[in-house]
Design a binder for this molecule. Structure first.
Ligand code: HEM
Length: 442
């Protein structure tokens, strides 16, 4: 679809009578996933595609001191040298097809992360320079699709797959991840776990759309139907929690923490990124990729009206830790890393104020609360997962073949999440905000 056509249809449907995900690039069968993989870039831009393929076979994390990394160090430097000497391509000639621009974002952000995280530390003292032939087109493409010029959840999970069998529809069994930075199974399995949540979430989005439409014209039949939908929603959220609980079976916590997650990091205080040829301060959002940017859970939050920002006086009152986390605005900031059309979708769901409808309709309160409770339990599971995969691993030693961790970074610092919040306080604040969403009899 053409970018302008999509934007126009969004503007025209600013307050649609019937809420329909299609208008926001949300597919009825694949949700936030595109129905088909994004097509490779062609012509001059095939250079970017080739560079990404080469990166996978030669680049390792800068901290990697393993035999393979040492043997490939010269090839890795040649790869970075080639990127620095690329011709400066004009992205205007890419056209305005949204899928082409998304593919360009995916390819260039993957190259960016290969580039910065493989750079020997000696070359990143004080600041990390992103060379002009990469920086300029990346920032222009990002601007055109309203995404920051950094790897996002969409780049790693939504746009990074191909069919095993192109004649069959998208499903977990019929997809394979293309760009796996570390090349290991833990990373690919993390993407598949996220994909499982996205695909499970499709059912959830169908429920959300049905309920927000019925909530506008509430009669006895609509109430009965909404009650059934809330019951179904509880089952879907329970399934999501069960999927998350299974994570340690396929995603290895130690490998995840030391070998996979560093590839997704964005710009940090120790060596902030500088985009050559791009006006300074024009790229403020550079956190890096996180499952915290998956629109699926935010759709649920918007639908149930979970108040992460603590704007409303709800019970029980927030703790001091909750307040500190809310002031960092993490949840609102993560929305900036989602595709623009999905952000619009979330805003539209939020506007429908389903929580208020349920508050005014006694028969809906208990079914609504059951869904909130299921989401709270999902977040309880998520806290356990975050503790196992991040907090505990921050106390562990890196694999032997890796250089020692940066001694300047304390263990506490190492258990910070995307955007710099301590992981456990962040995940608990989300759980507590969910608890406060419960309706009480008035
Ligand atoms: C091994 C599996 C997982 C781990 C280790 C993990 C870890 C984390 C961490 C550390 C954060 C804090 C922000 C950050 O540092 O990026 C976070 C946030 C978040 N994650 Fe996960 N996550 C996992 C799986 C998932 C899955 C499958 C989903 C999607 C359903 C998900 C959805 C979220 C959301 C929505 C947030 C924002 C905070 C919140 O809503 O409470 N995560 N996750």
């Amino acid at each position: 679809m053409d970018l302008n056509t999509l934007r126009t249809s969004l503007t025209e449907s600013a307050v649609p009578q019937t809420f329909n995900g299609d208008a926001y690039d949300v597919d009825p069968e694949t949700g936030f996933f595109p129905r088909r993989p994004l097509r490779e870039l062609e012509g001059d831009f095939a250079l970017w595609e080739r560079t990404l393929v080469q990166a996978r076979s030669v680049l390792k994390l800068a901290a990697d001191r393993g035999e393979e990394a040492i043997a490939k160090a010269a090839q890795a430097e040649q790869w970075r040298h080639r990127v620095r000497n690329w011709p400066l391509l004009d992205v205007k000639t890419l056209g305005s097809n949204i899928w082409t621009l998304r593919r360009a974002h995916y390819v260039l952000t993957c190259i960016l992360h290969f580039y910065v995280h493989s750079l020997p530390t000696i070359q990143t003292q004080g600041q990390t320079i992103i060379p002009r032939p990469l920086a300029v087109p990346l920032c222009e493409v990002s601007k055109r699709i309203s995404l920051p010029p950094v790897l996002t959840f969409a780049d790693t999970v939504l746009w990074n797959w191909e069919f095993k069998n192109p004649d069959k529809p998208l499903s977990l069994d019929n997809m394979r991840y293309i760009n796996v930075f570390s090349g290991n199974e833990t990373e690919e399995n993390f993407y598949l776990l996220s994909a499982a949540a996205e695909l499970k979430g499709v059912e959830m989005l169908q429920i959300i759309e049905r309920v927000v439409n019925m909530a506008c014209h509430l009669d006895r039949n609509a109430v009965a139907s909404i009650i059934r939908d809330f019951e179904q929603l509880v089952r879907v959220i329970d399934d999501l929690a069960a999927t998350l609980k299974e994570a340690p079976k396929t995603v290895h916590p130690h490998t995840f923490y030391w070998v996979v997650r560093p590839w997704w990091n964005g710009s940090g205080d120790a060596s902030p990124w500088v985009f050559e040829g791009v006006p300074p301060n024009s790229t403020p959002h550079l956190s890096g990729a996180s499952a915290g940017q998956s629109s699926v859970m935010y759709a649920l939050d918007a639908f149930l009206d979970v108040d992460h920002a603590l704007k409303h006086a709800r019970q029980p009152a927030p703790s001091e830790d909750n307040k500190r986390t809310a002031s960092s605005n993490f949840m609102a900031k993560m929305r900036l890393y989602m595709p623009a059309e999905h952000r619009e979708y979330l805003a539209e769901v939020q506007k429908r104020q389903v929580r208020d409808v349920c508050q005014r309709t006694p028969a809906l309160r208990a079914p609504y609360n059951a869904a909130v409770d299921a989401l709270k339990k999902f977040r309880d599971t998520h806290i356990i997962t975050g503790t196992l995969f991040i907090v505990s691993q921050a106390r562990s030693q890196p694999p032997e073949w890796m250089g020692a961790p940066d001694v300047a970074v304390t263990r506490e610092g190492r258990s910070k999440g995307t955007g710099g919040n301590p992981v456990s306080a962040l995940l608990k604040a989300g759980r507590d905000a969910t608890k406060r969403t419960m309706l009480h009899d008035q």
